[in-house]
Design a protein around this ligand. Structure first.
Ligand code: FAD
Length: 451
């Protein structure tokens, strides 16, 4: 189909770097690119920044390796985000329910403001309520411009370098660049609608361990409660008496008649998932109030703004991280970050499967996993980076998404500044890693654990 009509659309922005999607990865990428001297436009379909970090969740995982002698594996802008959250109010550090390391639990409403403050402070031009709809690509794989839908109609954005941080790889999909759809080769991760409960007695709740919570779930399910997942977790938040949950479980996709996977990138499927997720959340809230110590006087206080989607598309990059890489804690010459988190596989059915790296170790995240294989000037960051299903199930935590975002944004600025070519393979790798290290990113494991 000819895309000539796109040239006649109003020009919304002409920037060095355009970042699509403002989750943990995209917001960090935009901040890094702007600090790197690029003019940056950040395109986001929601009315606030943060993606899953603000619309679904409240806990950053991935800052440290799990275990008794944790090593810090993410720093830089991610540290600034946590410091800015602490400046606004209490932040809780707490162990992961399944031994996946320490989490940083924050107020999502504060994080919305923190992302905005850091992005605008760096000079990022933010465009909210703006949904990517199309992309114009030259024959050689150079992405020229994108089309976004706004309240004022369609508009176009021109940039030298683009970062696809849409989580769902929408930019690469519209551009026709290669990707794997989750569920094609391995089962895709399930979906979860999060919710929060108020008026919880945390001391009384703490009298039963997680195993007992799961036993209560199994008992309630046997008694007729509709609880498809019997392994969910609840956790304390910075607000006294308020807990947050990751409990519900929905199927991530189905095979269409033509054999293709229908998932949450399909509007009909997504709508049904949102509705079913909220209905399920109410059932889990009823279970908590009726069956779990500490929840006797509690009530549902908030549902996640949108359903939590763990994986949809993973872009084909110049490199592809694998399960073997993760479990061997492999290091790479071009690595731009680290991950010590276990493979956390939320499959269909009642349980979640875990596979751990050797204690205290971390796998490197290669720059090549951020370079869209079929493009000249496109980087990816966050949960749509280039990895197999299993490797993705380890590296998708938000601290790693921020590390990828910082690397992609820094590289994008370097690419856009270099003869204005925007070519992401022309970025000097040693220069990129030196810049990231100078900006606080952690590229190699420290010899000593955190004291
Ligand atoms: C239920 C659930 C529980 C999890 N638990 C944890 C946890 O406790 N701790 C942890 O660290 N990690 C957790 N994870 C994983 C982690 O949250 C995600 O992998 C991570 O947040 C992904 O960040 P991202 O920036 O790549 O994508 P997202 O946060 O999904 O951001 C993508 C952004 O792009 C925008 N966007 C998408 N398409 C378009 C478009 N076409 N046009 C414009 N904008 C667009 C979206 O609105 C969004 O803001 C969990 C994930 C889920 C789903």
């Amino acid at each position: 189909m000819s895309r000539a009509w796109i040239a006649d659309l109003p020009l919304l922005a002409d920037a060095d770097v355009c970042v699509v999607g403002s989750g943990s990865a995209g917001s960090t990428a935009a901040i890094a690119a702007a600090r790197g001297g690029a003019s940056v436009v950040l395109v986001e379909k929601l009315p606030f920044l943060g993606g899953i970090s603000t619309a679904v969740l409240d806990t950053f995982y991935g800052f440290w390796t799990p275990g008794d002698a944790p090593r810090k594996v993410v720093g830089g802008i991610a540290d600034e985000v946590v410091a800015a959250l602490r400046a606004l109010g209490p932040v809780v550090e707490r162990p992961n329910t399944y031994g996946a390391g320490t989490g940083v639990t924050y107020l999502a409403e504060h994080l919305k403001v923190v992302w905005e403050a850091l992005a605008t402070g760096a000079g990022v031009r933010i465009l909210l309520h703006a949904m990517l709809q199309d992309a114009v690509v030259d024959g050689d794989g150079r992405l020229r411009s994108i089309v976004v839908a706004t309240k004022a109609g369609l508009g176009r954005i021109v940039a030298r370098t683009f970062v696809d941080a849409s989580g769902d790889a929408d930019l690469c999909a519209f551009a026709g660049f290669g990707f794997e759809t989750a569920g094609e080769l391995d089962p895709a991760q399930t979906l979860t609608t999060t919710f929060r409960m108020a008026n919880v007695d945390p001391a009384r709740r703490a009298t039963i361990p997680t195993t007992e919570l799961h036993a209560l779930m199994a008992g309630a399910a046997a008694d007729g409660f509709d609880l498809p997942r019997r392994e969910g977790s609840d956790h304390v938040t910075p607000i006294d008496g308020v807990t947050a949950t990751i409990m519900t479980r929905l199927e991530p996709n189905e095979r269409g008649d033509d054999g293709r996977i229908v998932n949450t990138t399909d509007p009909v499927f997504l709508t049904a998932a949102e509705i079913a997720g909220r209905r399920q959340a109410l059932e889990y809230a009823r279970f908590l109030a009726e069956r779990v110590p500490g929840y006797e006087g509690a009530s549902l206080v908030a549902l996640g703004t949108q359903i939590g989607i763990r994986e949809t598309r993973r872009v084909h990059g110049d490199a592809r991280l694998t399960r073997d890489d993760v479990l061997a804690a492999r290091q790479f010459a071009d690595q731009i970050g680290l991950c010590g988190a276990p493979i956390e596989d939320h499959r269909a059915g009642p349980d979640t499967r875990w596979a751990y790296l050797p204690p205290g170790s971390a796998v490197g995240i290669p720059y090549g996993t951020l370079v869209a294989r079929d493009a000249v000037n496109v980087l990816v960051a966050g949960r749509c980076f280039s990895a197999t299903h299993d490797a993705h199930a380890s590296v998708r935590s938000m601290a790693q998404c921020m590390a990828m975002g910082q690397a992609a944004g820094t590289a994008a600025a370097m690419a856009a500044n270099r003869n204005r070519s925007g070519a992401v393979r022309a970025v000097d790798g040693a220069g990129l890693r030196a810049r990231l290290a100078a900006d606080g990113a952690i590229l190699k494991l420290a010899m000593e654990p955190v004291a």
